[in-house]
Design a protein around this ligand. Structure first.
Ligand SMILES: *Cc1c(COP(=O)(O)O)cnc(C)c1O
Length: 372
């Protein structure tokens, strides 16, 4: 039997990148400047350029910290409500809770899976302080209506761009619309380190000054604290790796888009499949290629038997997870999120996925729908 098609695997794509990464690790280690050194500084500048040049980028420990620090920088805490998506990953909900604020869930668009102004408007109260849209699976949210709503209601906007390095709305990069925005460089993200990493992005100099202090124990000058901060710094070695991968990011995203294009073409009209829909003015960098079917569990089992690994993003919505029982949600509270959790399946898509592997995925999916 053939080797299984992995859901995700680190491969040397484009060929030679792995060697560049290893080389920079050795060189950076030999420079022996391990904390907040020149690699972090240069990466912050280069990522800022990538995002269009108007933003300040500050490397932090991970994407979760980036979200918490954004909330702290905006002064959001106890008594404040922050609107987050009812679907997707739990990091946003946890970050809001860690800041001491209350997460309020908004149902997403049923086709793009992203937060909409319509969905958010329904759950705004007098305590709402911020909107926290997530550019889910790599597709940029439709930002203009969200920004208009935030302006009208005097709310902050915090983007979670952890899955969307390089996605854009009307040509402007995801992560550059909100007051203060978060990126993750978790290894499997479109721009990934060889360990944890994250960044806070803002165009506001005051917020930037706060974040720079807060991530490093609140220090403005050595041993002089202006705020009670934390230790959440981007590691120097990871920054060096990220500089190499940032150089390739557009090519890596283009390959993801090419692979997505193949799936979209070959799987169109297959069974009851709902394929990813990209909204007008939004671009999609396909961090995840999520398909939907009412036969999700059977299809996943079939694909496993055929040697095709898949994943479910995400099987249980936040409001039905044991950890969040204290928020008093019930089954049926968020029907769109529940439907998405029950029907979503992610197919293998990563830079370096081979043509014959993708062909096997397509063939196995088609066979399943021919057999039922
Ligand atoms: C990965 C991810 C995070 C968290 O990033 P970490 O670096 O793992 O802390 C937050 N939000 C979203 C949408 C993510 O995909």
């Amino acid at each position: 039997m053939n080797q299984p098609v992995p859901f995700f695997q680190f491969r040397d794509f484009p060929a030679g990148m792995q060697q560049q990464v290893e080389q920079t690790l050795v060189e950076t280690a030999r420079k022996a400047h391990y904390i907040l050194g020149p690699e972090v500084q240069q990466f912050e500048q280069e990522f800022g350029q990538f995002l269009g040049g108007a933003e300040t980028v500050m490397g932090v420990g991970n994407g979760y910290d980036a979200l918490v620090i954004c909330l702290k920088a905006l002064g959001i805490g106890p008594g404040d409500e922050v609107i987050v998506p009812s679907n997707g990953y739990r990091a946003t909900v946890n970050a809001v809770l860690q800041a001491g604020a209350t997460p309020v869930l908004a149902e997403p668009d049923a086709l793009t899976y992203n937060m909409t102004a319509e969905g958010a408007r329904k759950v705004i109260t007098s305590s709402t302080k911020a909107l926290l849209p997530v550019h889910l699976y790599g597709q940029a949210c439709e930002m203009e209506p969200l920004l208009d709503l935030a302006k009208a209601q005097q709310l902050f906007v915090i983007e979670d761009a952890a899955q969307a390095h390089g996605a854009a709305y009307k040509g402007k990069q995801a992560g550059t619309f909100g007051h203060c925005n978060a990126f993750s460089f978790y290894p499997t993200k479109n721009l990934g380190a060889l360990g944890d990493g994250g960044a806070v992005v803002t165009a506001d100099e005051e917020l930037a000054a706060f974040v720079r202090m807060y991530r490093n124990y609140g220090e403005r000058h050595k041993y002089q604290s202006e705020v009670v901060g934390v230790n959440s710094r981007l590691d120097e070695l990871q920054a060096a790796v990220l500089r190499v991968k940032l150089w390739w990011l557009e090519q890596l995203n283009a390959e993801r888009q090419r692979l997505a294009g193949v799936y979209l073409q070959k799987l169109q009209g297959t069974g009851d499949l709902l394929l990813p829909v990209t909204a007008k003015d939004c671009s999609h960098c396909y961090h995840i290629f999520c398909i939907r079917t009412s036969y999700r569990d059977q299809l996943q089992q079939w694909l496993t038997e055929q040697g095709v690994q898949t994943a479910i993003h995400y099987p249980v919505p936040v409001h039905l997870q044991a950890a969040y029982r204290f928020l008093n949600f019930r089954q049926g509270d968020f029907p769109v999120a529940e439907e998405l959790a029950a029907t979503s399946l992610s197919l293998p898509l990563f830079p370096g996925l081979r043509e014959e592997e993708q062909a096997r995925v397509v063939q196995a999916v088609k066979q399943f729908f021919e057999s039922i």
